[in-house]
Design a protein around this ligand. Structure first.
Ligand code: FE2
Length: 435
C-alpha cells in the first residue's frame, strides 16, 4: 500500500489485510440499552455472565433490569474466574450447555468477556481444550463456525476485549496464558458505558490504562502486515496480521488520548471527561490490536504473571497474590521499546509524539529512549510498580521467564525486531527497575 512507507510491499509478503469489528455503542447510560439490543438479536433466553465481585454492583443491576424490562429471561453465571483458566472457561461452557440459551451478555472486565468468548466456543464446538489454540500450545485448528449472539459490556477502561476476536486463557496445568484467536469470537455488539468506570479505584484505572497504552504502542510499532508471508487462502489470514492502516488509525488516537488523560483519570474519580476519554481510548486500542495483534510487551507479560508469587495489588478484589494484566505488561514495555526501536525508529518516534512528546529535534537513535522515558514518567506519576522488581521478580528470574515467554510464538513474531531466547532474557534483565 503506497500511502505509508512502513507498508511498502515485500517479496512474498501479504498484500491485503482484513478488518473485523462488532457493532459499537458508546455513551453514558447505554447499559440500559442491553435489553433492546438483545431483542434485536432475537435473544429471548440469555446467559448473563459476570464475576463474583461485580454481581452485586449497580452496573450489573442496570444490565439485568434492562433485560427484564425487555421481557428477556436472563440466567446469571457469576463464577467467572479473574484471569480465566481452562477449567473456569469449561465451567462457564457447561452453564451455557445446560441452559439452552439463545444468546450471551457479558458484563465485566476482560476476564468476563474472554470467558464468554471461550465458553461459547467449547459449548458449541466441544473439543479438547488445546484444539483451537495456535502452536505450540495447541493444534491450531480453526474454530469451526459462528457462535451464539454475544453482547459485550466492559466495566473497565483497558482490555478492549469487547471489540476483539481474542480470548486470553491460562492453561492451569502449565500455569501459562495463551491466546485463542478467531473472528468467530468477535462479540456481535459492544456496549461501552463509561459510567461503569466512575467507581473504579485509582490503581485499577492505572493498570487498565497502561494496558490500553501498551496495546496502542504495540500495534503502532508491530511488524508491518506486508512483512508477514502472504496467506495461501483468504480465510487463513490471521487476526494477528501485523500493523496496518486500520490499526494505525485507532492506535494513534488511543495514544493521543491516553497521553492526555491517564494521569487525570487515575488521580480523580470525579473527572468524568478523563475517565470517559480513557474508556473510548480502550475501545479504540481494542479496534487496533484486534486487527493487528500486540507484540513483545504482551508476549512477555504472561511470564510475569506466571512467575510472580507474592505481589498483592492494592484495591483489587480477592485475597490471593496476582499481578493485574496491565501491570504485567507495562513492567516490560519500556525495556521492550528500547530494544525494538532500532528496527522501526520512525514508528517509535511517532508513537512518542502521539503520547505528547516533543520529537522535533529527535534523531532516529533517540526513538526507543523517548518512548521508554515517557512511559516511565507516566508510571511514576501514577504510582505503579517499578519494573519487575516492583512485582517481586529479580534478575535471577529472567532466564526462566524467557523460557516461558518464548512459547508465545505469533506475538513474538509480530515485533518489528526479531527476538530469540537470549534477547528476551536481556529484555527482562533490563526491565528489573527503571528508576
Ligand atoms: Fe492487554
Amino acid at each position: 500500500m503506497g500511502c505509508c512507507q512502513y507498508f511498502a510491499p515485500t517479496e512474498g509478503g501479504a498484500d491485503a489485510f482484513t478488518v473485523d469489528m462488532p457493532r459499537v455503542t458508546f455513551g453514558r447510560g447505554t447499559l440500559s440499552e442491553v435489553g433492546e439490543r438483545a431483542l434485536g438479536w432475537g435473544i429471548r433466553r440469555a446467559a448473563l455472565l459476570t464475576d463474583p465481585y461485580l454481581a452485586d454492583s449497580e452496573h450489573f443491576a442496570r444490565a439485568r433490569s434492562s433485560l427484564e424490562a425487555a421481557g428477556i429471561d436472563a440466567a446469571v453465571f457469576s463464577e467467572v474466574h479473574i484471569e480465566p483458566t481452562d477449567e473456569s472457561v469449561l465451567a462457564a461452557a457447561e452453564f451455557l450447555i445446560d441452559g439452552r440459551f439463545d444468546g450471551v451478555i457479558s458484563v465485566g472486565g476482560g476476564s468476563v468477556m474472554d470467558t464468554a468468548k471461550g465458553a461459547l466456543v467449547y459449548a458449541q464446538y466441544p473439543a479438547s481444550f488445546e484444539t483451537y489454540f495456535g502452536p505450540p500450545a495447541g493444534a491450531g485448528k480453526p474454530v469451526p463456525g459462528s457462535l451464539l449472539p454475544h453482547i459485550a459490556c466492559p466495566t473497565t477502561s483497558g482490555t478492549g476485549s469487547e471489540v476483539t476476536g481474542l480470548s486470553v486463557i491460562r492453561f492451569a496445568a502449565l500455569s501459562v496464558k495463551f491466546v485463542l484467536a478467531s473472528r468467530h469470537l468477535l462479540p456481535d455488539e459492544a456496549i461501552i458505558d463509561p459510567a461503569c468506570v466512575d467507581t473504579l479505584p485509582p490503581t485499577v484505572v492505572a493498570s487498565t490504562g497502561f494496558d490500553l497504552l501498551s496495546h496502542a504502542i504495540e500495534c503502532y510499532t508491530a511488524r508491518a502486515y506486508t512483512r508477514w508471508a502472504k496467506v495461501p487462502q483468504a480465510n487463513a489470514r490471521p487476526m494477528i496480521q501485523g500493523a496496518n492502516p486500520w490499526s494505525d488509525l485507532h492506535a494513534a488516537e488511543a495514544l493521543r488520548i491516553v497521553g492526555n488523560y491517564l494521569e487525570r483519570g487515575v488521580a480523580d474519580a470525579t473527572d468524568h471527561e478523563a475517565r470517559d476519554c480513557l474508556s473510548w481510548a480502550a475501545t479504540l486500542a481494542g479496534m487496533a490490536f484486534g486487527n493487528s495483534g500486540t507484540h513483545l510487551p504482551h508476549a512477555l507479560s504472561y511470564a510475569v504473571s506466571q512467575m510472580s508469587r507474592d505481589f498483592r495489588p492494592q484495591d483489587y478484589p480477592g485475597s490471593g497474590p496476582f499481578v493485574p494484566h496491565g501491570l504485567s505488561v507495562i513492567v516490560n514495555s519500556p525495556s521492550v521499546f528500547r530494544y525494538t526501536a532500532q528496527a522501526a525508529p520512525e514508528r517509535h518516534l511517532e508513537a512518542a509524539r502521539y503520547l505528547g512528546e516533543d520529537i522535533r529535534d529527535a534523531a532516529p537513535e533517540d526513538a526507543g529512549e523517548l518512548v521508554a522515558s515517557k512511559i516511565v514518567s507516566l508510571m511514576r506519576a501514577t504510582g505503579v510498580p517499578n519494573g519487575l522488581s516492583g512485582v517481586g521478580l529479580t534478575k535471577d528470574d529472567a532466564a526462566a521467564m524467557a523460557d516461558s515467554a518464548i512459547r508465545q510464538r505469533r506475538a513474538i513474531g509480530n515485533a518489528p525486531r526479531e527476538a530469540g531466547l537470549d534477547e528476551i532474557r536481556g529484555i527482562f534483565e533490563q526491565a528489573v527497575s527503571y528508576w
